[in-house]
Write a protein that binds this ligand. Structure first.
Ligand code: THU
Length: 160
């Protein structure tokens, strides 16, 4: 038997430790929670994607009475970014979530389906996406979806 270990690196930043560029993106994700439509869960998620040319695209979770028809903030954002700017790689994605008590102290992490979509966007542009997960106790920063989705299904598998 052979064995290998996969490690993930997460850096936790205090607000003052974030670069101005990262702070702006996190603020955009926080603002984006105002566009959330979450009457069923009461859980408002916002996301903001920075593109290579500096454009910031925001999105939020959009729920539906037929629950599975709704969509998470991350996918809403990435699909909008790619639909509107197909020639622009996504370089960073910030995510923020709040409930009735306000923004969460510990960040949420993207669901499995969103991780797969983030992976797809990285592959499409051959560009790692810096992921910023906001919590009031700190912002967790991950340099690529590799850390959140090890052993991901990639394009090249189709050629095997
Ligand atoms: N949600 C997101 O928008 N992003 C995540 O990463 C996890 C969950 C949404 C989906 C649903 O509208 C609500 O949060 C509760 O699951």
């Amino acid at each position: 038997m052979k064995e290998y270990t996969i490690q993930s690196r997460v850096c936790v930043y205090g607000w003052d430790e974030l670069s101005p560029e990262d702070r702006i993106l996190v603020e955009a994700a926080k603002d984006a929670t105002n566009g959330s439509y979450a009457p069923y869960s009461g859980f408002c998620v916002g996301a903001a994607a920075r593109l290579k040319n500096g454009t910031v695209v925001i999105g939020s979770n959009q729920e539906n009475v037929a629950y599975p028809s709704g969509l998470c903030a991350e996918r809403t954002t990435l699909f909008a970014a790619n639909a509107q700017n197909p020639d622009q790689p996504v370089v960073a994605l910030a995510i923020a979530a709040r409930n009735k008590d306000g923004f969460l102290s510990q960040p949420i992490t993207p669901c499995g389906a969103c991780r797969q979509v983030i992976s797809g966007v990285e592959q499409r542009y051959n560009q790692p996406i810096r992921i910023l997960l906001y919590g009031t106790d700190g912002t967790h920063v991950i340099e690529s979806i590799d850390a959140l989705l090890p052993l991901q299904f990639v394009d090249s598998y189709l050629d095997r």
